[in-house]
Design a protein around this ligand. Sequence first.
Ligand code: PLP
Length: 385
Amino acid sequence: MCPQPILYFDHSATSWPKPPGVAEAMQEALLEAGGNPGRGAHSLALAAEHTVTRARGDVARLLGVPDARDLVFTPGCTFALNLVLKGTLRRGDRVVVSALEHNAVVRPLHVLAARGVKVARVQADSEGHIDADAVERSVAASATRMVICQHASNVTGAIQPVADLADIAHEHGAVMVVDGAQAAGHLPLDLATLGVDAYACSGHKGLLGPQGVGVLYLAPGLSPVELVQGGGGGPSEEPAQPDIRPDRYEAGTGNTPGAAGLGAAARYLLEHGAEIERRERSLTRRLHEGLLGIPGVKVLGPAIDVPRAPVVSMTHDRIPPDEIAFSLDRRYGIAVRAGLHCSPWTHSMTGTLETGAVRFGLGWNLTEDDVDRALEAVREVCAGS
Ligand code: PLP
């Protein structure tokens, strides 16, 4: 139970609350469609199969994926990234990666580097943007199998030119993999035209679904060969994992209630997503502008007029981030996150590796009044009152 009325600004970690329909769809999956999808032909198994198929179709519509079979349900964005990186990269392959990535990319690459994958990092500018020309120079310098970049930063909100990077990757015979954890549900997205080969999403952040479910878009031309896991599912009982989508990548019984919740969230976003994006953009600017007006506060990342995802991180010249976050929580009931946000590479770039930052993650349910209350609280905390 929620201990006190909370003003929730931690949507970048996980969205809360969830929109109407999500909890109900999960409950319905448990109560009325509780069979095992794809295992058996009795009515509850068929109802579960229908639940998963419907959810996949709705998420595909939301993300602009023409064939829903190219969307793999995973336990989250981390799993999705592991699936595509470890499934595709082999000893001797070279990968070009932005120097801003989350540990969900950094750590699998660390494992792969120990297996003989060569990793080349491309630095960002002072606002946290990756320069497409710098990526092109790196890709052109040596044969490259893969380019990896996040779509939006979980620390600075900076949006990266992933469509341009995909063009560059393809011109040089590489595939383009995008970490969309902080973009999906917050930025307009049409994967059919974005041109990337793989796009990984958390279900529980901007997509407004429950925790424990994510999606990986795999363009028809990219089929990771090495499987993170093999097991039951698909039409045959041969020992080799069936070579059909999405079954090949969804061995074992999946998270049916999670898929149901994510499907309901996708339907909500299909109806309200454009309005939510507009509101999040305007609230993000309002918060950014307000923070800049507080003495001693520095906002990380892009300048005020540059579009960003709804993430605003700040530091103060005197008060450490964890103290600010603690005061906001205990004195005002405002939930933010302080620390390194699983992104030490980005904190190195912003010069905050020692201290971390206070992060405000905005989301679908917040209002101007909420932002103004948060700003007033930060003002008071930073004034030491
Ligand atoms: N990538 C980025 C940029 C993130 O912000 C996160 C989560 O915070 C992830 C990947 C991992 O997402 P998940 O924890 O849902 O697997």
